[in-house]
Structures are given as C-alpha cells and as structure tokens.
Design a protein around this ligand. Structure first.
Ligand SMILES: NC(=O)c1ccc[n+]([C@@H]2O[C@H](COP(=O)([O-])OP(=O)(O)OC[C@H]3O[C@@H](n4cnc5c(N)ncnc54)[C@H](OP(=O)(O)O)[C@@H]3O)[C@@H](O)[C@H]2O)c1
Length: 252
C-alpha cells in the first residue's frame, strides 16, 4: 500500500529524485517548494499540505555560506514543519544532513547542526540520514561560487555520492519506522572537491579556472583534512563520479 509522503524541497537536487522514485514506487507524493506555492520559511501552505501525511521528508536547502542565514533558515523551516506535523499527527519526520558536521559553528554547516538538534529534540518520531556531498555538488559550486572567470572552491576532501542514490536511501528510510540516526552514506571513492569541479568544467567545455581556497581556522583545517568523509562502517553508493559525469553530460 502506498503512503502519503510530503517532500519538502521536492524540486531540489536530491528532492526531485525523491519525488520521482516515491511516485514510481506507488506513493502519493506532495512536493513542497516556493515554486509549487508553499513557503516553509514563512510557514505558508503547510497545514493543508501535511494533513493526512504518513511521513514528511525534509530536503530543503538555502544557498548561503553565512552561519546566521543558514541557521535562521533551518530553524524556521524545521520548526514550521514539526509544528504542522504535530498538529496533523504525522508519525515520522525524515531529514537529510551532512556527514562530519559535529561541533560546526561556521557557515552552512552551523545551520545543519541547528536543524539536527531541533529534529532530535522535537515532538515527532524522526530519522536523520547524513550523506556526503553529492556528485551534483560540482555543478552547484560552479553556479554558486563563480566570480568572473574563476570558481572559488574550498579545500575539501570529499567522497561524493550520486543524489539519486541518496534519494533511494531516503525513500527506504521514509518507508520504514523512525530509527533516529541512520548509517552514514558516502560515495565509492574519495577525492579533492576542486578536482571534481575541474572535471565538470572540462567535460562541459567551460573555460573557467578553479581557485582552491583553504578555509581559515580549525573548521577549515578539518574540512581540508577529511572530516567530511565518514570513517569505516558507512554505507557506500555505487555510482562513481566518472559514471555520473558521463550520464550528466549526455543529458545536457
Ligand atoms: N548538495 C549537496 O551536496 C548535499 C550533500 C549532503 C546533504 N545535502 C542536504 O540535502 C538537502 C537538499 O540539498 P539540495 O542540494 O538538494 O538542495 P537544492 O537543490 O538547493 O534544493 C533546495 C530545495 O528547497 C526548496 N526551498 C528553498 N527555500 C524554500 C522555502 N522557503 N520554502 C519552500 N521550499 C524552499 C527549493 O525549491 P524553491 O526554490 O522552488 O523554493 C528546492 O526544492 C539539504 O538539507 C542539504 O543540506 C546536500
């Protein structure tokens, strides 16, 4: 029997795969995004959308490197979703987070830490999946951090994973019972983010230059030295960056 599944951020990089895969599996899927008429930051349109849902999957995001902006976004969206879920009697909140963010107080990751805390302390039974960066993070970087002919990329060890495989893991978790923190999900290899961005630029014929910038402070050092790559015991996606790249370029 299909479930009624709300996907907050259902038009995003991972959200669009969650929506497509959940529909293919026979679920009744309600995507939430500003482009489909709901604003989760403002809490607009949530009560109607969440009514009757079995599970809410949160894959919302905001493009910012400001800790204050990211924290405000993830606090507001998580609080509004949890409030609407509690009122509607929804029994499962599934959130996607990022491997290795413990103790982060800077940048985007600070927002994700705040989100995890609210979910863990919240009134709705929950599951949190932490994944590594997506393969799709390479083109996201080009779109978001290009300055003239340059793309500014933080020095970062990463084990990127296909967004479609993250979506499949989220869907399986959403179909099951709440389980708290799920096993971390990583990709099949480990790479330097700047190299992946260079490969994306080369494969898509873009002449931009990548500037690999070590971020300051202890947090920057951690990211540079591999804190965002999980230790042993993580689940591994199967599609390599190269396989994903070939497919993504063919689809352009
Ligand atoms: N990207 C990565 O490499 C990566 C890796 C690990 C984990 N994650 C996590 O995965 C999640 C999704 O990331 P993503 O890269 O797939 O995000 P994304 O492509 O930037 O998509 C963000 C989604 O949120 C929606 N949204 C933004 N503001 C909204 C608002 N006020 N109200 C309603 N909807 C709103 C967007 O739709 P509209 O613009 O139409 O509103 C879109 O559907 C995030 O929690 C992120 O931390 C990402």
């Amino acid at each position: 029997m299909g479930m009624r599944m709300v996907v907050a951020g259902g038009t995003g990089e991972v959200g669009k795969h969650v929506v497509a895969q959940a529909r293919a599996a026979g679920h009744d899927v309600v995507p939430l995004s500003r482009s489909s008429g709901q604003d989760v930051v403002a809490g607009r349109g949530l009560a109607e959308a969440v009514a009757g849902a079995d599970v809410v999957v949160d894959v919302l995001s905001v493009a910012t490197t400001s800790a204050a902006k990211a924290t405000a976004f993830f606090r507001a969206t998580t609080q509004h979703l949890l409030d609407a879920e509690r009122t509607a009697g929804v029994g499962h909140h599934v959130a996607l987070s990022i491997v290795g963010i413990d103790g982060e107080t800077r940048g985007y990751y600070a927002g994700k830490v705040a989100q995890e805390r609210l979910v863990e302390a919240g009134p709705v039974p929950w599951t949190v999946l932490r994944a590594t960066q997506f393969h799709e993070f390479a083109p996201q970087m080009v779109r978001r951090t290009s300055v003239g002919p340059f793309v500014v990329v933080p020095a970062m060890r990463t084990s990127t994973v296909a967004a479609a495989e993250v979506a499949a893991a989220l869907l399986a978790l959403a179909e099951g019972a709440p389980r708290g923190r799920a096993t971390d999900l990583r990709g099949p290899e480990e790479s330097e983010l700047a190299d992946l961005v260079r490969r994306w630029l080369a494969a898509t014929g873009q002449r931009r230059r990548v500037l690999r910038v070590p971020l300051p402070g202890a947090s920057g050092r951690r990211v540079r030295d591999g804190a965002l790559v999980p230790g042993p015991g993580a689940d591994r996606g199967r599609q390599t960056f190269e396989q994903w790249l070939t497919e993504a370029v063919a689809q352009r």
